[in-house]
Design a protein around this ligand. Sequence first.
Ligand code: SF4
Length: 443
Amino acid sequence: MIQLEAARKGIVTEEMAYVAEKEGVSPEFVREGVASGRIVIPRNPNHRTLRDFKGIGEGLSVKVNANLGTSYDYVNLEEEVEKARVAIQYGADTIMDLSTGGDLRAIRERILEVATVPLGTVPIYEAEFRAAKRKSFFDMSADELFQVIEEHGRQGVDYITVHVGVTLKNLEVYRNSSRTTGIVSRGGGLLAAWMLHRGEENPLYARFDDLLEIARTHDMTLSLGDGLRPGSLADSTDRAQIAELLTIGELVERARRAGVQAMVEGPGHIPLNEVATNVQIQKKLTGHAPFYILGMLPVDTAAGFDHIAGAIGGALAGWMGADMLCYLTPAEHLGLPTPGHVKEGVIAFKIAAHAADVARGNLRALERNRRMSEARYRLDWEGQFALCLYPEEARRLKEERGSRTKACSMCGPFCPMNLVEAVLRGKARMELQGAPYVQDPVG
Ligand code: SF4
């Protein structure tokens, strides 16, 4: 039985129980969230290697997605598999295969083999790629697109991005919006070009019921993509973005009625002062569907370091209520990322998500931070390594920089961590006298 249907019948599935255990909430809380559409659990039964189920939505920890995949310019299957492994090793909660070069089916197959977490795709890439190889991407037929979606479902893809809100009506709004950076979504741009060239409606919108049927068959979660998202601060929160969100809100309702899980993708380039507004209107207009954001990126000017800029926006958006952050890597806007870039991007966004969890009052995150501080105050290095997000990196740095005292090499004998307490207890030694200074830690 598919997740949403089970939840509505009052059944707690194995996946719901797993998510509840991992999150430290009750199974009933997760079931209710899934039944109401406020939580999704992407889980295609055909994805046999999926073990680490994820709940995305209100009341749960903030998740991080890592994108990978080949491009037209760069095809290296083993490197993409390596990226998937690296992303999962450093904590990506889901991964997306966005390949647009090489044998797309074979690439997906290999990535599925190592994907112990949910896998997402953007089927329009493959449909357009097939048509372009044959003749021209304008040659893609609606049937071809739905055939690709069906194939992804059969293969085991857990969630798909579908740019259903790029409609002819919303493209009119876009054309009257005088944007600085036009349409920057790869899938949204491809669809818009196809629609405008052929004068036809978006098949994902026109045949939304067919899409729901396929999604139901394979229990694929729909991620309703923001094809008209702003690609610059100048375009943030404009009419085209909001028009698309209104359409998506209606489609979330139709998906829920059909028993299909749906989350909503969001911007994009958004200044910090508009982040809260964006989260609030998304939640309001979509009946509190899980919000999966791309960044948000609060400056346009951090090329080479967009993972840091995006983590700043992501932390704030997560605090305000966004449920999953799509990472950015240092290569964002510049090129296809390497496995090293994937690692840096995942780490930056996991920290952002953790910061958001703390601000949202997530009890496990709060407790972990409290215990970390206690270990830090005791100069209990093993305790700190056990509690920090990336122990290996912390241990390596500590050892690399060495120390002649129990403290670290930053302040050494002048470590203030428990100096005053030691003085109050009459246990502090304040003389250096050539010998390594050993300070009594408190506790
Ligand atoms: S030596 Fe300085 S940096 Fe190192 S633990 Fe003590 S207070 Fe912190």
